[in-house]
Design a protein around this ligand. Structure first.
Ligand code: VG1
Ligand code: CO
Length: 544
């Protein structure tokens, strides 16, 4: 076999963040940069000889070139089999599905999620383990450690693989199956949901739906599932062809970046259901006619209605949410008599809970929801879950949410993002705020008493690993909370995220404007952290 060993030297910036390593494309294009990270990943794994590796990505610029390199390195490092999505495409949830279904050793997913793509945009890579989920911190730290002392990598000197043709090929000693990226995932969705009821719903005259794939990976998945299998009219899926630069857009399904969909859903004659997904297909935004569903509420509502979905009708073992996610799901868990786990930000922290059957549904405030069907968050899954609920309840999105608030009370919730601020300023802001925390406890602020103020640390109940420094939190005696953390996925400067919530159960006060309802807390954190003075920003880049 034509294995060659190439000498290299370490890069000092290869520590994976919240979800893998994300950098500008130009950084990844440097000689040896990608290769170093891939070899460091393989070196962090035991017994890869003779194993199967899944490889695929969100189709962004550099996806195919990266896959050629990864396959040649996998062959040189002893994998005997690779499964690759046609044209190098696999959404993040589909990759997780394929790893599990074919019992692969693991997978490499190429994505920077919603970060803009193209030659001047971002690229990303992450490793997923055999449960189909993101590598836990022990592995990502080992990868980083290896990347700091790497001296060589192995690659086979062979010609490129043809990624376009479905079927089997050989690369040195490794066989490669190029698969339809959609088929296995679509089959799984059909197993989980009541497709017959959804078909009836979407074909009824009074139901109109719009799904915005934002020129990213979910287009082919949404077209196959929503239009071909469920019979939604052609044109239901917009921006459905994946482009290497995502059409120059920012495929983050939120009220700011999904502007085309938002404009239609808030127009005078809107469809009754709207949804969007992100660059790699793991996020979702749910909209009704003139109505936005807050992601934290969406998780709570899915949990409260899970009995209507075939896959979950026998009950949930538990719910898990990331720490900054609102406490709306906790109230549903309480009513169902199950646990609600609180984890740090990032899907990797849900893996153990799902594997140990301590949680069935998981979610994050950042438009991510998922379940034990795979080990990644799953955008289309959430859309199908909502369609299943709509089909069974025959109510509008707004009615379902408002009835939920009537029953459980409402967790007013917002996230303010300050993107691309100076890293030094952001770090200083965080450390100065952290220093203030102990003195806040017991104080009366924004009309309530501070019950606790700390830097969140998580002990995994399954493997007892501890992850500290996971966000600053200020909690009040009435359940209100402020959380402040720095993003671990950005590639430019720092992004400050401020999360604010408070609970309201007065039935006459459930339809306030969110920003107004939270204003005292928003003003408080702006003052405590001196956000405007330090960043020069008078308002956030994105408000969710
Ligand atoms: C963000 C979100 C987090 C999510 C992560 C990856 O991380 O806040 O909830 O898990 O992105 O999602 P951060 O560190 O920037 O806040 V994705 O769809 O970008 O893979
Ligand atoms: Co994503």
């Amino acid at each position: 076999m034509s294995v060659v060993t190439i000498a290299t030297t370490p890069f000092n910036d290869q520590r994976p963040g919240t979800s893998g390593l994300r950098k500008k494309v130009a950084v990844f294009q440097q000689a040896h940069y990608l290769e170093n990270f891939v070899q460091s990943t393989f070196d962090s794994l035991d017994n890869i000889q003779g194993q199967t590796l899944v490889v695929g990505g969100d189709g962004r610029f550099y996806n195919e070139q990266a896959i050629q390199i990864i396959l040649k390195m996998a062959a040189a490092n002893g994998f005997s089999h690779a499964i690759v999505g046609q044209n190098g495409l696999l959404s993040t949830p589909a990759a997780s599905c394929v790893i599990r279904k074919y019992k692969a050793f693991g997978g490499i997913i190429l994505s920077a999620s919603h970060n803009p793509a193209g030659p001047n945009g971002d690229f990303g890579i992450k490793y997923n383990i055999n449960n189909g989920g993101p590598a836990p911190e022990a592995i990502t730290e080992a990868i980083f450690k290896n990347s700091q002392s790497i001296t060589e990598y192995r690659i086979v000197d062979e010609s490129d693989v043809n990624l376009a043709i479905i079927g089997r090929q050989q690369l040195a000693n490794m066989s490669i199956d190029i698969i339809d990226p959609v088929g296995d995932y679509a089959e799984l969705m059909a197993d989980l949901f009541d497709f017959e009821s959804i078909k009836t719903l979407v074909s009824s005259q009074s139901f109109q739906m719009r799904f915005d794939a934002m020129h990213a990976i979910t287009g082919p998945y949404a077209k196959t599932i929503l239009e071909d299998l469920l019979g939604a009219p052609t044109g239901t899926v917009i921006n459905g062809i994946p482009l290497t630069d995502f059409g120059g857009g920012h495929p983050d399904p939120n009220l700011t970046y999904a502007e085309q969909l938002v404009a239609e859903m808030f127009s005078s004659n809107p469809p009754v259901f709207g949804a969007a997904s992100d660059g790699d297909g793991d996020r979702n935004m749910i909209l009704g006619a003139n109505f936005f569903v807050t992601p934290s509420d969406s998780l709570a509502i899915l949990a409260a209605n899970a009995h209507l979905v075939p896959a979950y009708q026998s009950g949930l073992s538990g719910i898990a949410r990331s720490m900054p996610t609102s406490q709306a799901p906790d109230r549903v868990a309480q009513k169902l008599g199950i646990d609600c786990h609180e984890t740090p930000t990032g899907w990797k922290f849900f893996g153990n809970l799902l594997d140990a059957n301590k949680a069935t549904l998981c979610g994050e405030e950042s438009f991510g929801t998922g379940s034990n069907h795979i080990r990644e968050k799953d955008g289309l899954w959430a859309v199908l879950f909502w369609l299943n609920i709509l089909a069974k309840r025959q109510l509008s999105v707004a009615q379902i949410v408002e009835l939920h608030w009537q029953e459980y009370g409402r967790n007013y919730y917002t996230r303010h993002d300050y993107e691309a601020i100076s890293s030094d300023i952001a770090k200083q802001l965080m450390s100065d705020l952290e220093a203030q925390l102990p003195s806040l406890v017991g104080q009366q602020l924004a009309g309530r008493t501070v019950a606790y103020a700390d830097n969140f640390s998580y002990k995994d109940p399954v493997d007892n690993s501890v992850s500290s420094n996971q966000g600053l939190r200020i909690g009040f005696d009435d359940g209100a909370r402020i959380v402040v953390r720095l993003s671990g996925t950005g590639t430019e400067g720092a992004t400050l995220r401020v999360y604010i919530e408070r609970y309201e159960n007065d039935k006459s006060k459930l339809d306030q404007d969110t920003q107004k309802a939270l204003k005292p807390l928003i003003d408080l954190i702006n003052e405590l952290a001196q956000i405007t003075e330090r960043t020069g920003r008078t308002e956030p880049t994105v408000i969710t």
